[in-house]
Design a protein around this ligand. Sequence first.
Ligand SMILES: [Zn+2]
Length: 389
Amino acid sequence: MNVAIARHAAALTVLLLLLAPAAWAAEVPADTALVVPEFPEHMRLVADHLWTFTHVEENNKSVVAEFGSFLAVIESPGDEGTARAMLNDLAKAFPDKSVRFLLHTHHHGHSLAAIDPWLARDVTLVTSPANIERVQKRSANPERFEKAVLRATEGLTIGDGLNTMVVHVIDKEDYPVPTDEYTVIEFPAQGMLVSGCLYTKPLTYHGVVNDRKKSLHGFISDHLPGVRSLLNTSSCLARGNEDVSSLATLDATLEKGLKPEVIADRLAAMSLDEIEAALPELTAELTTRTERPYDLMICANYLRKKREDLPRAEKLARLCRDAFPDVPRPAYYLGIIRLEMGDDAAAEEIWADALALAEDKSAREDLEKTMERTRKRVAKSREEKAAGE
Ligand SMILES: [Zn+2]
């Protein structure tokens, strides 16, 4: 039953009771008090029996699926408070159904973080075998975790007369994705696929054509002919992203988005001095095609890793840092390249800038740890190189 109809039906019943003669109302047994479902504003119906649920703090989403006698939730980001707040909201929205399954697309924190509030309510955690080791550390109760976990392999189907979902496991070897096993969850009747962080579509532009978008597109083309739209969970409307994207939009992104190899080819055809002189025009052009430093860092990273062209990667990373001077990540990334180029002083200088931009003490500490790991990695590779010569 569509929830809109359910809500109207409840409201109508309340109205009938109010209009009924007192004698009739008195016949209604006292213990059948009506519970009117309360849907929070951050819960949005996107298809039959499917809602997106945006978490206020994280700007991330979960997906709520309604079945005949229970609910399933896909993705649980944030801390225990976030999970409990969601459980409370769902109890009000679905007074007669409880959550039976928690699924997640991968092991990043924006997909699955705190799990004990769910396990405490006897929810079954559906996860792929490759994720178990990482995920079980997030529970303080190993025995309960072991009892609650359901190992999902390709094609696992959960459904009843009202709704059905199918878990698909994307193998990193076949389709490059950010974690070893990545599960996407298909709702065949609605033609929808929960695609986690594989595709985020900003409202006003396409962004970068990275590997994960190409992999998602390839996997759908090869295996999921019924999918017509995508539920992206690491993004939200409040941050300027689409809540639900059509498959046609993903097609358009692959065609019109920023292609790292095209940018690399353009820069490869220019001398470093020519690039330097062209930086203002390049900045103007690239920042009309994206508003996210991430997209430009992916392009710089392509030059760095695939083309092993550190000097050009440095130019693009510097462009990115100058275009987004208020966020720490581009400055940190520029420092990595400078360190790899052997310019330690310039790396440390830009890293000091990155640390000054960190949002708070804990962000600064995280960044410091990441920098220390990078220093060690680069020092090790220098030693190996020296030993090999
Ligand atoms: Zn992710």
